[in-house]
Design a protein around this ligand. Structure first.
Ligand code: MSP
Length: 492
């Protein structure tokens, strides 16, 4: 059976990770955990992009050689992923031998099939963007660090695949999502596609993978980096493992790297005669004060600071529920605290303590008797269609529908008032509390991909270790766990 294969971009090691990097990685982790919740096997890949001019320059600035620089930076990412509870299947670094070898094999393969040629090139090069720019782009004045360069280089025949690519994008609705991004790429493909310069002479850039058929050149960083998606599952080395994973079900990316993923990468795969990823999904940006977070603007939010202050799961919850996938979202402390207090402290946290305290006080902490699987609450569970929401990448909508269910448990409690009912009809009060606790167990399991740690605490409070989403997992007669505040209100 093929794994559901999900990837994040591999991040440049020129700087420490910020909330934007954390976002894509948490999103991939949450999607992967949701897939597992509905019993799919997943393969989740993330990693680091360690070659190219940006990294070489960052190393120079720190007075380190590039490999040492990468080795110093990598732990910051690993540490953050650990703190954020990221359960990746593989973490790849492009300086690893396993990756370098496959990139070189692929270069040979594409060269031998006639899709790479050498040519003289004269043009304008933007160091900030790490690519040659057109005359039109030059005239726009939007590019920094531009130099005129004349040199011989190797080119990949990207133009050869233009028509095939356009057809694929037009015919396959799932391929580039959301549809605004699909249209953006189709717009870009209206002009003639040029071939892609995939080498850099060592005289200009040393930090890269050597071109196997010409030792005076290194590989262009994007040609190298994109290959990580197939080098990790061992393309050309382990057929079974490769086919168990490839094609990727989704490449999650930010909208800043749409062209490289939806034009360069598919044409490279076409040249290799490999299947294309099923979906390339570009999400929007996290903004602060309406601007993209970036090092140069100095408006970066540190994920570690947030985790230290508010706990990892509330950060995961905020990022996953606040951004509508595909659109930009604005990060602010105000909206963070508002969402935490209303959804987590109020709707969910209060419910946990209310239900468990009532069971503790009135039933000696023993889950009351109930064998009624058709009730107001169980009937509403069918409104939550996890798979449909996952297939359409509606993460905020999925969380919303689970939280709506949590709110309906609160409504059910208000309507039935078990704290009063217990004095008149204890059995009936027991049924109400069972239904509320069981609904809470199922809702908590459904939230566990977003908040793995807090969900476990809630399940411990309910004394449940049943992982089924079916009604009836909570066993009457079992003892609940200790009751602690799960989401204390933030007072600011
Ligand atoms: N190394 C390339 C990717 C190669 S993939 C084969 C790269 N790296 S990066 O470090 O610049 O990371 C870019 C990615 O980080 C974005 O595509 C996005 O996933 C994430 N984000 C960086 N800043 C972001 C925001 N402000 N908001 C949301 N995501 C952002 O590009």
């Amino acid at each position: 059976m093929k794994n559901y294969y999900i990837t994040t971009p591999i991040y440049y090691v020129n700087d420490k990770p910020h909330i934007g990097h954390a976002y894509t990685t948490i999103l991939a982790d949450t999607l992967s955990r949701f897939r597992q919740l509905i019993n799919q096997k997943t393969f989740f890949l993330t990693g680091l992009d360690e070659h190219g001019l940006k990294v070489q320059q960052a190393a120079e600035k720190n007075g380190a050689n590039p490999q040492d620089h990468c080795d110093t930076m990598a732990p910051a990412f690993l540490e953050l992923w650990k703190r954020l509870n990221i359960q990746y299947s593989d973490f790849i670094r492009t300086t690893e031998e396993r990756h370098v070898k496959i990139v070189q094999n692929i270069l040979n393969e594409v060269y031998n099939n006639g899709d790479i040629y050498k040519d003289k090139y004269e043009g304008w090069y933007s160091i900030a963007e790490e690519r040659f720019i057109t005359k039109k782009e030059l005239d726009s004045g939007l590019f920094r660090d531009v130099k005129k360069i004349e040199e011989e280089n190797y080119f990949f025949k990207m133009s050869k695949y233009q028509d095939q690519l356009i057809k694929k994008i037009e015919d396959d609705k799932e391929f580039i999502q959301p549809s605004t991004r699909k249209n953006e790429v189709l717009g870009f493909l209206k002009q003639d596609l040029s071939d892609l310069c995939i080498s850099r002479p060592k005289t200009r850039l040393e930090w890269g993978i050597e071109i196997p058929f010409d030792k005076d050149y290194v590989t262009y960083v994007w040609f190298d980096a994109l290959i990580n998606y197939i080098s990790s599952p061992k393309y050309s080395e382990d057929k079974n493992n490769f086919e168990e994973n490839w094609p990727a079900d989704v490449h999650l990316i930010g909208k800043d790297i749409l062209t490289t993923h939806s034009v360069y990468w598919p044409t490279m795969l076409m040249s290799l005669d490999l299947p294309l990823p099923k979906t390339i999904f570009a999400h929007g940006w996290w903004l602060t004060d309406e601007e993209k977070m970036s090092k140069s603007l100095g408006n970066i939010i540190s994920p570690l600071m947030l985790i230290d202050e508010f706990g990892v799961d509330s950060v995961r919850y905020y990022l996953m529920s606040e951004m509508v996938l595909g659109l930009d979202a604005t990060f602010s402390m105000d909206s963070f605290i508002k969402r935490y207090n209303s959804d987590l402290a109020n709707d969910l946290g209060n419910l946990v303590s209310r239900v468990s305290t009532l069971i503790d006080k009135n039933f000696d902490g023993i889950i009351p008797q109930c064998n009624d699987d058709k009730n107001d609450l169980s009937n509403q569970l069918s409104n939550i269609d996890i798979e449909e929401k996952l297939n359409t990448f509606k993460m905020d909508g999925l969380i919303q529908s689970i939280m709506d269910f949590v709110r309906s448990i609160n409504v059910y409690m208000e309507k039935n008032q078990p704290w009063k009912l217990v004095k008149e009809d204890k059995d009936l009060a027991g049924i109400v509390l069972y239904n509320a606790a069981e609904s809470l167990r199922i809702a908590t399991l459904m939230l566990s991909p977003v908040m793995p740690q807090k969900s476990q605490e809630i399940l411990d409070t309910l004394g449940s270790n049943d992982s089924s989403l079916e009604w009836g997992g909570l066993k009457s007669g079992e003892k609940i766990g200790s009751i602690n505040p799960i989401f204390p209100r933030i007072v600011k």
